[in-house]
Design a protein around this ligand. Structure first.
Ligand SMILES: [Fe+2]
Ligand SMILES: [Fe+2]
Length: 186
């Protein structure tokens, strides 16, 4: 990575998409911290905790991709983040947004996998496997939370109880997770 690089035109399509993915993961991290702060403001500490933690996980995902790009000597420009949503009417909207976001990220990794194969980048393809598996878990988690919310019929204390009981803070990182650039925060 060079400090004054303004385009990634010399990169393979796979590496360009990987740099885009750094931006998507950082955007997801930023979106989750906004969601967490909203729940925090509404005095829903358990929901806030889940999303504060999720935000840190997304940051780690971004930095795992950065570690890979650096280790493979890819000369890339560090991306910024996209706009996030900050206007929410009801608690359900935030969880629905989170689920939508996870589905998009999952599609992005499927596309990355396809491109790595098209370009015969088997090292890249192998690197993606952990992320593809991780997305299955993240979609399931948000999907469950949305179902619980819908079944609580607006009783957010029930949702808070469910989250406290069934969505505990996860242990630090998973054993087989790729290494982050800099310290892991989740
Ligand atoms: Fe992620
Ligand atoms: Fe995620």
């Amino acid at each position: 990575m060079t400090s004054n690089k303004s385009s990634d035109s010399g990169l393979s399509k796979f590496h360009r998409l990987l740099v885009d993915q750094v931006r998507h993961e950082l955007t997801a991290s930023h979106q989750y911290v906004a969601i967490a702060a909203w729940f925090d403001t509404q005095d829903l500490p358990q929901l806030a905790r889940v999303f504060y933690e999720q935000s840190l996980e997304e940051r780690d995902h971004a930095m795992m991709l950065v570690r890979y790009l650096i280790d493979r000597d890819i000369d890339f420009a560090f991306p910024g983040v996209d706009e996030i949503e900050t206007e929410f009417a009801a608690p359900r909207d935030l969880v629905a947004l989170a689920l939508r976001q996870e589905r998009e990220v999952s599609d992005q990794f499927q596309r990355l996998a396809k491109v790595s194969r098209d370009e015969d980048d088997y090292t890249g393809e192998q690197f993606l496997q952990w992320f593809i598996q991780e997305q299955v878990e993240e979609i399931a988690k948000m999907s469950t939370l949305l179902n619980v919310m819908d079944r609580s019929y607006g009783n957010l204390f029930d949702v808070e109880n469910f989250v406290a009981r069934d969505m505990p803070s996860e242990d630090k990182g998973s054993q087989d997770a790729p290494t982050t650039a800099g310290p892991s925060v989740s």
